[in-house]
Each structure stands twice: as C-alpha cells, then as structure tokens.
Design a protein around this ligand. Structure first.
Ligand SMILES: *Cc1c(COP(=O)(O)O)cnc(C)c1O
Length: 411
C-alpha cells in the first residue's frame, strides 16, 4: 500500500481502518464526550497510555479519520486538524515557541498569517520577513535565537515561488523547524516532505475541501525533525516515540488549550473533498495554465503572474518542484484601464475572496484583501491598483477564457 497513489489511498482509507458496520465513509460522530466501562480505562486514555477519546475538543473519531488521510497524502507521521488554516498556524507557533524566539518568515505571506506574526511580535517573539525566493536572504537573517523558518510554496497573489529545496537543506544543517504552508500546492502537486520540511500546514478550506462549504486546517509532522534535540518540548510530552513529541504538545497546548477544534460535520465534508482533490487539481491547474496563456497575449493586460509561464522569474524552479503550476494566477491591466469595470463584466467568474473553490473566483486585490495595509506597503509588495487575482475552477476552459476575453474587449 506504501507505493499506492494518493487517490487510491484516500478512497480506501476509512474502509481499511475498519470503519463501523463496513461503512465506506467514516461516520459523523457527534458525541462530545466518550464513556468508559471503568475509571481505570478513562484514566489510561487521559494519560495517553491507551488510544481513545477524552473530550471532543482534543479530537473525535471523524476528525481523526480525516487526520489519517492527510497524513497519508503528506507521507507524514501525524496530523492534527483545526477549525481553520489560521488556527493550525497559530497553534503551531504558540505551542512550540516562546518569548525571545526568532522566526524567519517570507515577506510574501498570506495576509492573515502576516498579521498573526505581527501579533507574535507583540507577545515578545521576533520575526524577520525576508524575500524567500532567494536562499541568501534567509541565511542572512539567522540569529542564535532563530527557531523556525516559515514559507509558502506559491505566494498569493503575485505567485513568487520560495527556494523550497535550498531552504530545506539550510534548515536541516542549522537544526531549524521548517514549516511549509502547502495550501496552494496540496501534496499531489508538491510533496513538502521531499524538501526535508518539519511540518506541512494547510488550509483544508481551499482545494482539499474544494466545494467552499467547510472551513478547516491541518498540520502534519513529516517526521524529519529530531525533537530530542529541541529545547521547546515540555517534559510532560516527552513520552514514548520522540517523533510524536511535538504533535502531542501541539494537540495539548495548541488544540486543547486554545480550543479551535474541527467539528465532525466539517471534517466529513472535507474528507469527501479529499476523495476528489487529485482529479480536481488535474483540471483546475490545466485550466489555469490555459487561461494564463490566453490572458498574456491580450493587448489590455500588462502582466500575468503565473509560475507556468516561461517569463515567470521562478519558472524553471517551479518545473522542478511541482507536478503542476497551481490554480491561482493574477494579472494587471495596462494604464488607463480600471479592473473594477472589467470585473463587473464577467458572467462566469464570481467576485469573491475564497481560493481553491470548484468555481472560478476573482478579486480586485488592492481594494479588498490588501486594502488594510495601505498604498505604500502595497507598492513595496508589487501590488498594483489594477491587480486582479483569479482562483481558477473546474469550468470548461473555453467558456472561462471567453468570459475573460469578452470582459477585456468591452473595456
Ligand atoms: C486561506 C489560507 C490560509 C488560512 O486558511 P483558513 O482556512 O482560511 O483559515 C493560510 N494560508 C494560505 C496560503 C491560505 O491561502
């Protein structure tokens, strides 16, 4: 089973784990509490000496089945699910790091992750934001107190691609926790483990769920980091296999204590999404490449950002790293054209802020998700006023291209 493809593993995971009554989907377990025949058994579950569930804030059988599927996808050792992707990232940092620790993070991070790191700075951590497309910037930022490097695979919305392999090699030598936010390129498209990353973190809300009907996040320990050599693990969690120490600490300090648990109904929806994520990525990534090419030759467009285009600064790197170039692209209009006018002409693509949905979604970046940071910061990040982000969906490619070209021609 080890060499089976992701789709095969996911489709048969619940059945092979012995889901109740031969059920092919793990049932939705709504119970918050779990009863045991003897107080000794209950105590053993609490003490981690026996598998079982104590209280659903720390885990539930339906969520656990999803965690196992994500572990299979990522080829990791343990996954912990959370109510959102942001909860996964927050819990990771708050449970493993402490005051005075230093984080090196990409300067092109998802906006809310950037905002959360700024909160960590208020709590006494130090964060250096660097252009992670070039390993030398990461190396230059290191200090004796550096504990973690945090990057995304393909940045949203300008699609810069971090130097993922080189950063992995550097973190391995320097013994740093290496976190890859793999939301833009789920494991089928890019395996974070091959970089030597410590954790893959992802928003399940996006491509894995795919249907835009459930929020969720996951954090997977890829089994690459030696926790016995890390000073941030509390003695309570140094039990049994050292590969599981960090995951145990994150489940207790991050999930149990902060409480952003993924509910069973949402876990079920996300697990259904996981069954078809590979098929959907085949289609959305192919659509994105076709749309990116069609837009690049339009006379009213000045620039298209997509790693699959040969003029993208990290195109060669992307070819080596990824199976596909992702389903997200962005473009700028030439001087004198207004992106709001263009977007209002679209008949298929929807004005909406989500990503990785089955439907194509568009958003005027400067007016929405990057509004709060103001014009100076936007300019420094290369966010033009006319920048439009497109999360490409499953529609027929011809329909989609014609929707955009018609809207552009009408300007
Ligand atoms: C959406 C997103 C998140 C946050 O996920 P939520 O499930 O919305 O909390 C984190 N990182 C990236 C790259 C994202 O696109």
């Amino acid at each position: 089973m080890e060499n089976e493809q992701i789709i095969t593993q996911i489709l048969h995971a619940d059945r092979r784990a012995g889901a109740e009554h031969g059920s092919l989907h793990k049932p939705i377990h709504t119970s918050v509490a779990f009863g045991y025949a003897t107080p000794q058994e209950l105590a053993q579950v609490f003490q981690g000496q026996k598998p079982g569930y104590a209280y659903a804030r720390q885990g539930n059988p339906t969520t656990a089945a999803l965690e196992d599927k994500i572990t299979l996808m990522e080829n990791g050792v343990k996954t912990i699910c959370f109510s959102t992707g942001m909860a996964a990232i927050g819990a990771l940092c708050l449970s493993l790091l402490q005051k005075g620790d230093h984080i090196i993070a990409s300067s092109f991070l998802f906006g809310n992750t950037n905002s959360m790191f700024n909160t960590l700075i208020r709590l006494g951590l130090e964060v250096s934001f660097v252009d992670a497309t070039d390993i030398s910037n990461v190396k230059q930022a290191i200090k004796p107190s550096t504990k973690m490097v945090f990057v995304e695979t393909i940045a949203n919305p300008v699609t810069q691609v971090a130097d993922l392999m080189e950063i992995g090699a550097f973190c391995c030598t320097a013994k740093l926790i290496y976190v890859i936010d793999n939301t833009m390129t789920p494991a089928y498209v890019f395996s974070a483990k091959k970089t030597g990353a410590t954790f893959a973190v992802q928003s399940l809300t996006k491509s894995i769920g795919g249907h835009g009907d459930a929020l969720g996040g996951a954090l997977t320990d890829l089994g690459e980091f030696d926790w016995a050599s890390f000073s941030g693990i509390l003695d309570d969690y140094k039990q049994q296999d050292s590969r599981l120490w960090a995951a145990t600490q994150i489940r207790k300090k991050g999930l149990r204590d902060f409480g952003a648990a993924l509910g069973p109904e949402d876990a079920h929806r996300l697990a259904l999404g996981a069954e078809t994520v590979t098929l959907r990525l085949d289609r959305t990534c192919a659509n994105a490449l076709q749309l990116a090419k069609a837009l690049s030759s339009h006379p009213k467009i000045s620039k298209v950002n997509y790693p699959g285009l040969s003029n993208h600064p990290q195109h060669e790197r992307s070819k080596k790293l990824f199976k596909y170039f992702g389903s997200l692209l962005s473009f700028e209009l030439k001087e004198g054209f207004n992106c709001m006018e263009m977007l209002s002409q679209l008949k298929i693509a929807v004005n909406s802020s989500n990503l990785g949905d089955n439907r194509t979604l568009v958003i005027p970046v400067a007016h929405t998700i990057f509004w709060e940071m103001g014009p100076a910061r936007r300019a420094s990040m290369g966010i033009a006023d006319s920048l439009v982000r497109v999360s490409v969906g499953l529609e027929d490619a011809e329909d989609l291209i014609s929707d955009f070209i018609t809207a552009l021609d009408a300007l």
